[in-house]
Design a protein around this ligand. Structure first.
Ligand code: ATP
Length: 376
C-alpha cells in the first residue's frame, strides 16, 4: 500500500491561489479528512490528486511514483462525488458489477467482489432492486460499493453525504465509518462538516485559504488547535477568546485576566512578554451558583436550552475587555443556574490554550501561582 504525497502543490485561478504551496503526505491505510470552510481549496486539492485538475506548480506522488502528468484513468483511484453517480434502470448488483466487466477478472472473482461490496455497504436487501427506485442515500451507498469492488489503489470522497436527504445522512455516515474501518485503505475524504470529519477521520488536515494549517487525530486537533483559526472553526460554538497580559521573564511568567482570581504561573512560554489571547472551549468553562476553586464572580445574561438538553449560557465578567461570552454546560448544571443574575465562573487551567499576537499556539503549562511546577 502506498501513501499519497504532494510537494509544493499550487493552483491559481487568475489572481486567486486556491491551493497555496502545499507539501503534505496522506499516510497509507488511513482516512485523512480535508476539513475547512467553503472555498478554502479542499476540492481543488483533491481534484489535482485525482488528475481532474492540472496543478499550476508542484507535484503529486503515489508512493515513489510521480503521477503529476498522468490522466485520471491511469491513476487507479476511486472517486465518490457529492451526487451519487449510478446507472439508472438497472439493479444495484449490476451497477456494481458493470465496471468489473472491463477488468478481465474471472467470473468467480467478479462475483466475490460484488458480494463483498454489497455486504460491506449493507445493500444485501436491495441488491436486486432498480437503483432508480432507491432513495438518494442508498444510491450513494451503491456508488461507494462500486468503487470499493474495483479495488483501486486509493479512494477519494468529495462531500459524499452533503446532498443526501436528512433521513439517510446518519445511516450513510455509519456505513462509511464501518467501511473505512474494515478496508484499511488510503482514503482522502473532503468535507466542510466537522462532525463528519470527527467521526470518520484517523487524522484531520485542516485547511485555511489554500494551505493545510494543521494535521492531527480528531481529538488532538480539537483539544490543541495550532492556531486561533482551529480553535474557532472546530466546536459548536467554537472556542471563546479573551485578551490577557503575560508578564515577567522566562522561568517566572504570570498571566493576568479578570477571569482568574489571582495571576496564573506560566511555564514553557518563551520570547517577549506581551498581550496574549486565552482560548477555551465553551463546554470546558465551569459554572456554579456557588464559588468554585479558582472561580470569579460573573453575571448570567441569558440561558437557552440546546438540542440535546445542554444549556448555552451568555455571561459577562467585570473588567473583561470583550466581556460577553458563552459557556455550554450539562443539563444538570444548567437547570440549577439562574435565568439571569450572579454566578461563579472558572476556567480549568489544563483546558486553557494560549495564543500569541499572530494567533499561533504558545506551548505553555498553566498552574495556580504557588503550586509546584510539575513540568520541571
Ligand atoms: P466548498 O466546500 O465550497 O466546495 P472548497 O474548500 O472545496 O469549497 P474549492 O472548491 O477548492 O474550495 O475552491 C477554492 C477556491 O477556488 C474558491 O474560491 C473557488 O471559488 C475557486 N475555484 C475553484 N474552482 C475554480 C475554477 N474552475 N475557476 C475559478 N475559480 C475556481
Amino acid at each position: 500500500m502506498a501513501d499519497i504525497r504532494v510537494e509544493h502543490l499550487t493552483k491559481t485561478f487568475g489572481a486567486l491561489r486556491a491551493v497555496d504551496d502545499v507539501t503534505f503526505a496522506f499516510p497509507s491505510g488511513k482516512v485523512t479528512c480535508l476539513l475547512g470552510p467553503s472555498g478554502c481549496g479542499k476540492t481543488t486539492l483533491m481534484r489535482i490528486i485525482a488528475g481532474l485538475e492540472a496543478q499550476t506548480a508542484g507535484a503529486v506522488y503515489f508512493g515513489e511514483r510521480d503521477v503529476s502528468r498522468l490522466s485520471p484513468s491511469k491513476r487507479n483511484i476511486g472517486m465518490v462525488f457529492q451526487y451519487p453517480v449510478v446507472y439508472r434502470g438497472i439493479s444495484v448488483y449490476r451497477n456494481i458489477e458493470l465496471p468489473l466487466q472491463s477488468m478481465k477478472l474471472s467470473r468467480s472473482e467478479r462475483i466475490r467482489r460484488v458480494d463483498e461490496a454489497i455486504y460491506l455497504m449493507g445493500l444485501t436487501a436491495s441488491a436486486a432492486q432498480d437503483v432508480s427506485k432507491l432513495d438518494n442515500g442508498t444510491r450513494q451507498k451503491v456508488a461507494v460499493a462500486r468503487e470499493v469492488a474495483r479495488q483501486p489503489q486509493f479512494i477519494l470522497f468529495d462531500e459524499p453525504i452533503t446532498n443526501v436527504d436528512a433521513a439517510s445522512k446518519l445511516q450513510l455516515k455509519r456505513s462509511l465509518k464501518e467501511l473505512t474501518r474494515s478496508l484499511s485503505q488510503t482514503i482522502i475524504y473532503v468535507t466542510h462538516d466537522q462532525t463528519e470529519a470527527m467521526t470518520l477521520a484517523d487524522q484531520i488536515a485542516l485547511m485555511e485559504e489554500g494551505k493545510i494549517v494543521q494535521c492531527a487525530p480528531p481529538r488532538e486537533l480539537y483539544n490543541h488547535p495550532a492556531d486561533r483559526f482551529g480553535g474557532w472553526f472546530l466546536g459548536n460554538p467554537g472556542m471563546v477568546f479573551f485578551t490577557a497580559a503575560l508578564s515577567g521573564t522566562d522561568g517566572a511568567r504570570a498571566l493576568a485576566s479578570p477571569l482568574f482570581p489571582a495571576p496564573i504561573a506560566v511555564s514553557g512560554a518563551t520570547g517577549e512578554a506581551s498581550d496574549v489571547t486565552i482560548g477555551i472551549r465553551p463546554e470546558h468553562i465551569r459554572l456554579s451558583a456557588d464559588p468554585l476553586p479558582g472561580s470569579v464572580p460573573a453575571q448570567v445574561d441569558r440561558k437557552t436550552v440546546q438540542i440535546g438538553g445542554q444549556y448555552l449560557v451568555a455571561l459577562t465578567v467585570d473588567g473583561l475587555a470583550n466581556h460577553g461570552f458563552k459557556a455550554k454546560v450539562a443539563p444538570s448544571v444548567g437547570e440549577r443556574l439562574p435565568a439571569s443574575g450572579p454566578v461563579h465562573v472558572a476556567l480549568p487551567l489544563d483546558q486553557v490554550s494560549l495564543f500569541d499576537a499572530a494567533g499561533n499556539r504558545i506551548a505553555a503549562t498553566l498552574r495556580p501561582a504557588g503550586a509546584p511546577n510539575r513540568a520541571q
